[in-house]
Design a protein around this ligand. Structure first.
Ligand code: PMP
Length: 337
């Protein structure tokens, strides 16, 4: 195990996250399943990477100037990443967020000094959707840029230049499959594109939650959503700029119950406290691993993303009343009244 030299600044703490072999998922799949510990980023999620790449790109293009403001619409994690990077670089942050996201994310954003604008959750076509509201605010604010994580491909570049080469190095150039869910699609598209460049035989699979339209799109060309999910940060209804050209070979659809069962097992059996998108990703990785084994690749290695920390969801995923209110199974060690 290498221990690295001191970092010269806090920004360089983003990325270079550990990769861990997951025992239960590997046993279930019959091959090796690895999780990239993105909760180990300073903002405790995968979105620190996109935040850094987007801000650096705007600086390099001369759009973001000293003392400027970064405005973004986000389910929360990107906002946290942006607030941290903006603080370190001397920018202000304005975050527009649907008001049904976790209380912990809102509290964290306020604690980091971001100006928080809450809007009701609406469909993307509604002009008051958080994404459109954030664009308008950026236009109205002097010296502001709009991060535009959904269509700004500096987002997926973070994964082309960071996440994918890290995975390749950590697995010593032997990786058979990669899968994760899509919010903006930056992770799946960026990692997928870069891994395919390194080895065209790597199978890239989209893992979609219920209520998202991408499973049907990649399966039969139709952007059609079915069902719903309480997972935050994932579940996309359109082909974002970041998803354009993503090399998706196959796709899985995973229920909240299945994702939650992996959240429960990873916590109780392996000591990892994760959010639901991580559980859904792990369920997808097990499905992909099983498929590769069935295709004769018995020693397959599959990687996925452990997107954020479960500490961000103590009042929801890890709260018995909340789980009951969503008709989801309550973890057996949480208050049984
Ligand atoms: N999981 C969580 C918890 C997230 O916040 C996000 C980002 N929206 C994702 C997964 C998906 O990442 P991406 O935007 O790169 O598709």
């Amino acid at each position: 195990m290498n221990i690295t030299a001191p970092h010269s600044d806090t920004i360089s703490l983003i990325g270079n996250t550990p990769l861990v072999r997951l025992q239960g998922p590997s046993d279930a799949a019959g091959c090796e399943i690895y999780g990239k510990c993105e909760y180990a980023n300073p903002g405790a999620s995968v979105k620190d990477r996109a935040a850094l790449w987007i801000i650096r790109d705007a600086e390099e293009r001369g759009e973001l100037k000293p003392g400027g403001t970064v405005v973004e619409g986000t389910a929360g994690n990107t906002g946290i990443g942006i607030a941290l990077v903006a603080n370190a670089r001397g920018y202000k942050t304005i975050i527009v967020m649907p008001d049904n996201q976790s209380q912990e994310k809102m509290d964290t954003l306020r604690a980091l000094g971001a100006e928080l604008v809450l809007v009701p959750p609406t469909k993307f076509a509604d002009c008051n959707h958080f994404v459109h509201t954030s664009r308008r605010l950026a236009e109205e604010t002097e010296g502001a840029i709009w991060a535009n994580q959904f269509d700004n491909t500096a987002n997926r570049k973070a994964h082309i230049e960071g996440t994918a080469p890290e995975l390749w190095e950590q697995l010593e150039g032997r990786i058979d499959g990669f899968t994760c869910a899509a919010g903006t699609g930056g992770t799946i598209a960026g990692v997928g594109m870069a891994l395919k460049e390194l080895d065209e035989n790597v199978v890239i699979a989209l893992t979609d939650p219920h209520g998202a339209a991408l499973y049907n799109y990649y399966a039969n060309g139709e952007l059609k959503a079915e069902g719903s999910s309480v997972a935050e940060g994932i579940g996309q209804g359109r082909i974002t700029g970041n998803l354009e050209g993503a090399p998706i070979d196959t796709q899985f659809r995973i229920s909240d119950e299945e994702g939650l069962e992996w959240v429960r097992r990873l916590l109780r059996e392996e000591g990892l406290c994760l959010g639901l998108s991580s559980g859904i990703n792990v369920a997808g990785a097990v499905a992909l691993g099983k498929q590769l084994v069935a295709d004769g690749r018995k020693d397959a290695r599959v990687a996925t993303i452990l997107c954020d920390t479960g500490f961000r969801y103590l009042s929801s995923l890890y709260n018995a009343d909340w789980l009951r209110s969503k008709d989801l199974p309550v973890f057996d060690w949480l208050g049984q009244d």
